[in-house]
Design a binder for this molecule. Structure first.
Ligand SMILES: O=C(O)c1cc(C(=O)O)c2c(n1)C(=O)C(=O)c1cc(C(=O)O)[nH]c1-2
Length: 253
């Protein structure tokens, strides 16, 4: 009679684990999404760009919410301070500062008033679901998976640089000051992803945990991809003249 026992797979070496995480970013990050490709080649109409700005605002304003959920899972002052700084980066220390404020200014530079962004009325159903999916993932999973999900930011600084260049070249009607959000994120993204990577490499010591981290990062790529799917679809389903006139799909009924 066979008494075969399934042995747990050996953990990957730290170098192998890191390269698997980076491979997810290289293969599945949203820089390859057709909407982003069109953005970078200057193919978006002003209305499509405004739709993206308004919908991405929904993502931005939820980042500090998910970071607060992660902070509550961290069990040392050092780690909580590290994560609190992320919340501050987005919310600022006082009114008129921080990433959310800079995103509102990006909207204004593109002709969207902040009231429209803050009302959330332009948020598409698919975007709402994608963002909620990410926040709930961080609410329900343990710290390893929640922190690993943020590792899409390993790929974000290069994308920010590409985006700044594309905006300057192809969309000069957006006032240059509006790009401050992206400029700030180059450095913040590099620092955040470096810190998060060190934690994930340190925490995931078994193959099961390493695989969990890879899967969490994969899920996050899906979140970003699904968000752009929704924005792209909205652009396709509206008659061009209406898009030009309204710039935004108003979802209040
Ligand atoms: O514009 C982008 O393409 C992009 C991507 C990502 C990302 O990769 O998750 C983030 C951001 N921007 C960003 O601005 C940001 O603050 C941010 C926080 C996080 C995160 O998961 O904690 N990702 C991102």
């Amino acid at each position: 009679m066979s008494t075969a026992v399934t042995r747990a797979a050996e953990p990957w070496s730290p170098a192998e684990f890191e390269s698997r995480l980076r491979a997810v970013g290289q293969e599945r990050y949203h820089d390859r999404h057709p909407f982003n490709v069109r953005m970078h080649t200057g193919a978006l109409s002003p209305a499509e760009l405004r739709c993206w700005i308004a919908n991405r605002f929904h993502y931005q304003r939820h980042i500090p919410v998910k970071d607060a959920l992660i902070t509550a899972k961290l069990d040392t002052p050092l780690l909580r301070r590290m994560w609190l700084r992320r919340i501050e980066d987005h919310d600022g220390r006082r009114e008129g500062e921080g990433g959310i404020e800079r995103w509102l200014r990006l909207g204004e530079a593109a002709g969207l008033d902040r009231g429209t962004l803050l009302s959330g009325r332009a948020v598409l159903p698919g975007v709402r679901l994608a963002v909620e999916g990410y926040v709930n993932f961080c609410r329900l999973r343990g710290p390893l998976e929640a922190v690993a999900a943020s590792l899409t930011e390993l790929s974000a600084p290069d994308l920010m640089r590409l985006r700044i260049e594309a905006f300057e070249r192809h969309y000069p009607w957006i006032e240059a000051d509006g790009l401050a959000y992206f400029r700030t994120r180059v450095e913040q993204g590099r620092r955040d992803s470096g810190e998060a990577l060190a934690l994930v490499l340190d925490w995931a010591r078994t193959r099961t945990d390493q695989q969990r981290a890879v899967d969490a990062l994969s899920f996050k790529c899906d979140v970003l991809w699904a968000l752009l799917d929704a924005v792209q679809q909205a652009g396709r389903s509206e008659p061009a003249d209406e898009r030009e006139r309204d710039g935004l799909r108003d979802r209040t009924r």
